[in-house]
Design a protein around this ligand. Sequence first.
Ligand SMILES: *Cc1c(COP(=O)(O)O)cnc(C)c1O
Length: 390
Amino acid sequence: MEGRPFDMAKRLKGIPPYLFAELDRLKQAEVKKGVDVIPLGIGDPDQPTPENIVQAMHRAIDRPQNHHYPSYEGMPAFRQAAAGWFQSRFGVSLDPDQEIVTLIGSKEGIGHFPLAFVNPGEVVLVPDPGYPVYEIGTLLAGGIPYSMPLTRENGFMPDLCAIPHDILKKARMIFLNYPNNPTAAVASREFFDEVVRFAMENRLIVCHDAAYTEIFYNGEKPMSFLEVDGAKDVGIEFHSLSKTYNMTGWRIGFAAGSAQLIHGLGKIKTNLDSGIFQAIQEAGIEALSGDQSGVERMRTLYQERRDTFVAGLREAGLSCDPPRATFYLWMEVPKGYTSKTFCEFLLKKAGIAATPGHGFGKYGEGYIRFTLTVSKERLAEAAERIRKVL
Ligand SMILES: *Cc1c(COP(=O)(O)O)cnc(C)c1O
């Protein structure tokens, strides 16, 4: 290697390469060979952003007042739109000035949040399998992640009673995510009530990642954690426009909840970033308060895809529970395979890219995650390819 060796900081050395970047490399290698790979790996909606939102962006970008530094905590009008959406969707009222902060996508807020509330050496409870950012945000803040297994026997909910007393004494925060990525589980009101009690007893901060509340099936709407009594006293909830409105590339979301927690996160953000391009916030206002028919259309589309793929997998001799929410399908791998060997088998023999469960944590071993972000025709073909090679 040329030049002076630059040693990465210790806090980065402990962090594995971001799972999805790694998988993309493997997939690209197959594509390069000319294989028609069906991409069921990465959770990025395939459909475009609804037209009314794109049009709002066109208008917003022409306004010179949007070309300056935005306000740190987000435009008041965006935070009001978020509060209005929250009220009509969940029946929860929020003070847009104190209880909402705009984010550069919810991943940004989730990743930064431990910097505001976790001291080095303090424990953070993280779901396993789980979205990698909970653990990584914890590590970057000098915290110690503690895995809470999500198992099929527990309906993919953590068993809070199983967390050892000495861990709880050092624990500062708990991350939760329902509807869940990758398991597609949906939390009940009883579970959220138990979480509030548990957080109060153990003086924990609850961080609930609610990126998938709008991707549901059969009209069964998942709830917000903030709907349960006492939630706002113990927690913060992260929302994203990415999955709901097919806006992953736009980078906009928000956090809502306890004013103190919002303030702490805001303090980190004020010192690290300078807010979100205002034109994007204006498009976000249209997303949250304009015509919602695009969201309904997406739900119908995902439902058809889900039903097609589950039926196809069953014909291939594989069994899986159809998800009640999210666009993920979490399936046990067939006997004789590990998550990794089954994924490699699917990629090399059937040209299907999926995500190995262990990439989401060690308790994800034995599972594979498929995403429903390709057409139902492609999903039918994927299931047929699997049937042929199994
Ligand atoms: C996609 C996803 C996010 C990130 O969403 P952005 O708002 O695009 O940053 C957060 N949490 C989970 C579980 C996700 O799957």
